[in-house]
Ligand binder design. Structure first.
Ligand code: B12
Length: 853
């Protein structure tokens, strides 16, 4: 085809989607390479340079099958991943894109008239990002940036960011590509069998997050069985506005004769795509195990269907914001949401002092109490004279996101502060705020466009606050029109019609409410949303709670979709839950009943003192929920300090655990008691929550880090109290291959050292050969092995077998003790261990028995 007339990929995608026509990607590359039987390479990218004809054949076969876009063989070609590779990132990407272009040219010369596009493909770096791992957001950004720029210069026409498991990493990759190239972007996630990403994001959150990043195409690839994929596609299509691409595997791999085989054939694969077409999917392809036959059949089936225009999204009148793994609906059928207002220094001495002292534990405490009291979103405002607002904001956001998955409202009047916080925020934030002043819109709206988000817009402009509803409506309309210029949809605008003080501007309370009603009538179907900071209404008058809660009820009825309040104020929460029940947002009043079933009604007709004593306590503050401990039995008679450490570990407040542990030691608790009564039960709670999907990997990691910090204190205490003595014997200890759980093993090590033994710690994930080698080299009498997973107990058995075999061959022997949560006494002897230790204290008695001292 004539190259000068070829539309860009962005144009092609748009015109196809508008006409209800499909776009096709290719299928798996890795599994196609495996099929050739060629194995003489370190990484698959080597083949594009050293044996290009193999990749060429694959690309051409896919182009002949009908693909518009071929996926570059550059999946792992990122500077951070190529530390010991043969070639540089530039060499890999340039060679591969030249190859793609050559294939496209040759295929077009054969008379194939579809528009074809050469891609740059990239994926996960392979290291976890902060706070789960060590890699910083900026390091991830830089590696993607370098590769993206090379790819664009080499002639790539689309960036494919695929098989991603962590949305934060996607954000780094997308920003790096968006800010440094003009490439259209396809961002694609992969899901686990529980239909969540590795970091626990559900499908709705994935769609909300990906769309907020401002990419051209979203979707998912790889993953599990096609039946699971059907569920993913259906859920994706409920929430997506952008075109969606689906690239499943040819089913789940099955191991036959030691090889992974994909059993879903071309026809079955195409049948699933046919369903996806019916659901509104526009772009189709395949991942692992798919072949040119799969793609050809898929193209044939889809092209035989009539053009299919997408139905409007079911949530056109709502918006969503999200954190890294959960999302909140604002508007539509969701009912109003509560934005907790307490992380804001305005008029709050304690918050001011804490922020100036950079006390992030205080911020965490405020976050926790508001979440427990019912806040679905948290406002974060750290603006104070003399403070580094941008850095404090980033630190507060990171700290809160490290512990909670509640979405945040980033609240600042400073552009640079908003920008820095939005860059690091892991999710789609609520942005507070813009207003109708041109200079403010010029500052804030580009940030909303660039980083994604829903924006709070105050009805004030150069002329000040209009006294009438009509005046405020005019300002709101000005903001809506300006936002449209940036492509910000009406549904992502949350109008604040402004709460003024009823004591000084009495008439305006009703004007505020009327402005909501007028705007809702006009723009409600497009999803315009409404928020108010409610408590301003009552400045300067007595019993503010009475006025606040009544005004709140009026505004809720007028159509508030969110409210900025103190969720610890009981009258406000009563109004809130009462309104939800009355307005039909709380089906069968279940939330209301659960909330108030056990609370005593206020006692009327008594003096204030009598009423307070009848209630037994102050009634203004809702009690925080205690941590959920349903499935785990906690030790009896826990002291306050013990409960506090358990709570800290469960919540993953890693900076607080050293002090909490010190406190227990100062109170005279023995290290073993702290481990058995606090650390182990707390980790059991976290583990159970993880098992039932209430907690996810990032939270598990945080709790583990929290324990490590606590344990560092215990270890220092043990070392300080231990008397230096001659070693009573040497023990090799490790966690077996495949298992990275080492908390228990480290405890055992510290205990044994404290009792005067030398412990040679080989670490975690240790191959059996390494254990044997050390035992032989150091002539060891006792080995301790740890395994925490059912899957790794087999490796423990292999290690024991190898030890017995290699030592036996030399006429030697050693004792083996094992431990770890999945083991039992019986199982330990079944796999050939000499001893089983259910905890660290038992390991001490075993060692005493083995060494006789
Ligand atoms: C913390 C934790 C993690 C942390 C580990 C951090 C670290 N540095 O260790 C992180 C987040 C990294 C993690 C990762 C994973 N985890 Co994990 N994790 C846990 C958790 C919550 C606590 C484990 C723990 O430390 N317990 C406290 C210690 C003190 O107890 P302990 O290890 O049993 O040790 C005591 C005794 O057993 C004994 N002992 C232990 N070892 C030894 C050794 C010797 C020689 C002796 C004598 C005695 C002894 O003495 C110790 C002290 O009293 C458990 C749940 C649970 N309650 O067990 C899940 C759990 C073990 N994890 C689980 C899973 C599935 C995973 C992941 C696969 C998750 C994922 N999807 O990626 C990965 C595994 C990666 C891998 N390849 O290993 C599952 C395992 C399920 C199973 N039955 O196979 C569990 C049970 C959670 C669950 N309920 O689903 N995990």
């Amino acid at each position: 085809m004539n190259k000068s007339k070829k539309p860009t990929f962005r144009e092609f995608l748009k015109s196809q989607v508008e006409a209800g026509l499909p776009v096709f990607f290719d299928g798996g590359i890795g599994t196609m390479i495996q099929k050739t039987g060629f194995t003489d390479y370190d990484i698959p990218e080597d083949i594009s340079i050293e044996k290009p004809e193999i990749i060429e054949d694959i690309h051409k076969a896919y182009l002949r099958a009908g693909a518009n876009v071929i996926t570059a063989n550059t999946f792992g070609a990122l500077p951070l991943k190529l530390i010991s590779a043969k070639y540089s990132c530039k060499e890999y990407i340039e060679a591969e894109i030249a190859l793609e272009k050559k294939c496209i040219e040759e295929i077009e010369a054969e008379g194939n008239t579809r528009p074809h596009y050469a891609s740059w493909d990239t994926s996960q770096i392979g290291r976890l990002l902060e706070p789960m791992g060590e890699l910083t957001f900026d390091e991830a950004y830089e590696t993607y940036k370098e590769a993206a720029m090379i790819a664009e210069a080499a002639g790539a026409e689309i960036a494919i960011i695929e098989t991603m498991a962590d949305l934060r990493e996607v954000k780094a990759a997308v920003l790096a590509t968006k800010e440094n190239t003009n490439l259209p972007i396809f961002a694609s996630m992969t899901f686990q069998p529980n239909l969540r990403t590795l970091t626990g994001a559900d499908i709705r959150t994935v769609v909300v997050y990906l769309e907020s990043l401002g990419v051209d195409l979203i979707g998912f690839n790889c993953g599990g069985s096609l039946n699971e994929d059907d569920k993913i596609v259906a859920e994706f299509m409920r929430y997506a506005h952008l075109p969606v691409c689906v690239e499943p595997n040819a089913g789940l791999p099955t191991v036959i004769n030691g090889k992974a085989v994909f059993l879903v054939g071309a026809e079955e694969f195409a049948e699933h795509h046919k369903k996806y077409r019916g659901l509104g999917v526009s772009v189709f392809g395949g991942c692992c195990g798919t072949t040119p036959e799969h793609i050809a059949e898929m193209v044939k089936v889809i092209e035989s269907m009539p053009p299919q225009k997408r139905k409007p999204c079911e949530f056109e009148n709502a918006t969503f914001i999200c954190s890294y793994n959960s999302s909140v609906q604002i508007g539509g059928n969701a009912g109003p949401q509560i934005i907790g207002e307490r992380i804001n220094p305005t008029g709050k001495k304690k918050v001011k002092e804490a922020l100036l002292a950079h006390n992030m534990n205080f911020v965490l405490g405020e976050a926790e109490s508001q979440i427990n009291a019912g806040a679905q979103i948290l406002d974060v405002n750290v603006g104070l004279p003399g403070i580094d607002e941008a850095q404090t904001m980033v630190d507060a956001v990171k700290t809160i996101q490290g512990a909670f998955n509640t979405p945040l409202q980033i609240d600042s009047s400073e552009g640079p502060v908003l920008e820095k916080a939005l860059r690091y925020y892991n999710g789609k934030a609520l942005i507070n705020s813009t207003n109708g002043r041109q200079d403010v819109m010029d500052k804030v709206l580009p940030l909303v466009k660039k980083y994604g988000g829903a924006v709070v817009a105050l009805c004030i402009d150069e002329a000040g606050i209009a006294p009438t509803a009509e005046g405020r409506v005019a300002v709101a309309e000005k903001i809506i029109a300006e936002a449209a210029k940036y492509g910000i949809p009406v549904r992502d605008i949350v109008i604040d019609t402004l709460t003024l003080t009823v004591s000084s501007q009495q008439k305006e309370a009703l004007e505020t409410v009327r402005a909501i009603q007028i705007l809702k009538e006009k723009y409600g179907s497009q999803g315009l949303q409404f928020v108010l900071g409610v408590s301003n209404i009552s400045f300067g008058i007595p019993r503010r709670d009475i006025i606040n809660s009544r005004f709140f009820a009026m505004a809720l009825y007028a159509g508030l979709s969110a409210c900025i309040i103190n969720p610890l104020m009981q009258p406000m929460m009563e109004t809130y839950y009462g309104y939800r029940a009355l307005a039909g947002f709380d089906e069968n009043c279940l939330d209301y009943i659960e909330k108030y079933n056990d609370t005593p009604a206020p006692v009327y007709g008594l003096t204030a003192e009598q009423a307070a004593s009848a209630r037994g306590a102050s009634s203004t503050v809702t009690k925080a929920k205690s941590p959920e401990t349903a499935a785990v039995k906690l030790p009896e008679n826990l002291t306050e300090a013990e409960s506090s450490l358990i709570n800290i570990i469960c919540k993953g407040f890693k900076d607080s655990s050293p002090d909490a542990t010190k406190k227990l030691l100062e109170e005279g608790k023995e290290p073993v008691e702290i481990i058995d009564r606090c650390i182990v039960p707390a980790l059991d709670i976290v583990g159970k929550d993880f098992e039932v999907g209430k907690k996810f990997l990032p939270q598990l990691l945080l709790s583990a880090d929290t324990v490590s910090n606590s344990f560092a204190v215990i270890k220092a205490h043990l070392e300080a109290s231990g008397v230096a003595q001659e070693s009573k014997g040497s023990i090799v200890i490790c966690t077996v291959f495949g298992d990275i759980h080492d908390i228990g093993k480290n405890i055992v090590k510290a205990m044994l050292e404290n009792y005067g033994y030398t412990v040679i710690d080989l670490g975690k994930n240790v191959p059996a050969e390494k254990v044997v080698e050390t035992v032989l080299e150091k002539d060891i009498q006792l080995v301790g092995l740890s395994a925490l997973m059912t899957t790794t107990v087999a490796n423990m058995e292999d290690t024991i077998k190898l030890l017995r075999e290699k030592l036996g061959a030399l006429g030697k022997t050693c004792k083996i003790m094992v431990g770890g949560a999945v083991l039992t006494e019986d199982y330990a002897s079944q796999i050939g261990a000499d001893y089983y230790a259910k905890d660290a204290m038992v390991s001490v008695s075993i060692v005493k028995e083995v060494f006789g001292k």
